[in-house]
Design a protein around this ligand. Structure first.
Ligand SMILES: Nc1ncnc2c1ncn2[C@@H]1O[C@H](COP(=O)(O)OP(=O)(O)OP(=O)(O)O)[C@@H](O)[C@H]1O
Ligand SMILES: [Mg+2]
Length: 216
């Protein structure tokens, strides 16, 4: 197995609260990088593979209220292990830029800070699932709760279904998620690029491209 540094591609993840604009900005960045001649692979967590999509359905089904925090945690990492082996590592070995919509940082803040599971457990599972693979760059789209949850809510109403169970969590939960993300970014400033997501779409996209200019 090649070490992460032997991988020729660039592994970039998008993080931030529900509705902050991750999926929107990931697509815009993918399009921009392709226009500039890069091979780009887009993937998402949970999901990204056929097995991952089946796991995602369990995780996001609002009927699954009986799911235990540890069950949830293991399912996220099961999806991730499959995504790493089937999609992410092969693409990085082939020299592609891999854009992943959420990754282990999401588990750290949602399951760790949000649900009170120990960060040590999350990191142990990360070692098993990812075998040392870590994002080279993480774009954290930061904004206040009201703006991001308002966007997620409007989007879900428009498309007639909730995209996540997490949308139903309390304001205190989301607040701990935001603080958790900012704390992570502060501990690894060389990996994180923190972007203010409140501006119009095109402006946010421009900020992201500018911040990544010397990285990707
Ligand atoms: N800069 C922006 N200004 C206004 N609306 C935006 C902006 N960025 C995204 N949106 C809209 O906000 C909604 C949420 O965006 P998006 O789905 O990209 O967020 P997300 O971070 O992927 O959310 P989730 O975590 O729930 O998947 C969408 O309807 C999108 O069109
Ligand atoms: Mg999304």
């Amino acid at each position: 197995m090649p070490t992460p540094s032997a991988l020729r591609g660039h592994f970039l993840t998008f993080e931030g609260m529900d509705g902050c604009g991750k999926t929107t900005q990931l697509r815009l960045l993918a399009q921009y990088l392709r226009e500039h001649g890069r091979n780009v692979v887009e993937t998402v967590e949970p999901g990204g593979t056929e097995i991952g999509r089946q796991i995602r359905r369990i995780l996001l089904d609002p009927a699954n209220t009986a799911i235990q925090p540890r069950t949830e945690l293991l399912l996220y990492f099961a999806s991730r292990a499959q995504n790493v082996d089937e999609v992410i590592r092969p693409a990085l070995e082939a020299g592609s830029v891999v854009l992943c919509d959420r990754f282990t940082d999401s588990t750290l803040v949602y399951q760790g800070c949000g649900r009170g599971l120990e960060a040590g457990i999350v990191l142990d599972l990360d070692r098993i699932a990812c075998r040392g693979l870590r994002p080279a760059t993480t774009v954290l789209i930061d904004m206040d709760l009201e703006t991001s949850l308002g966007r997620a809510k409007r989007r879900n109403e428009r498309y007639g279904q909730s995209e996540s169970r997490i949308d139903d969590e309390s304001a205190a939960f989301h607040d701990s998620v935001r603080k958790g993300y900012l704390a992570l970014a502060a501990t690894e400033p060389e990996r994180f690029v923190v972007i203010d997501g409140r501006a119009p779409l095109g402006d946010v996209a421009r900020q992201i491209r500018e911040a990544l200019r010397n990285r990707v």
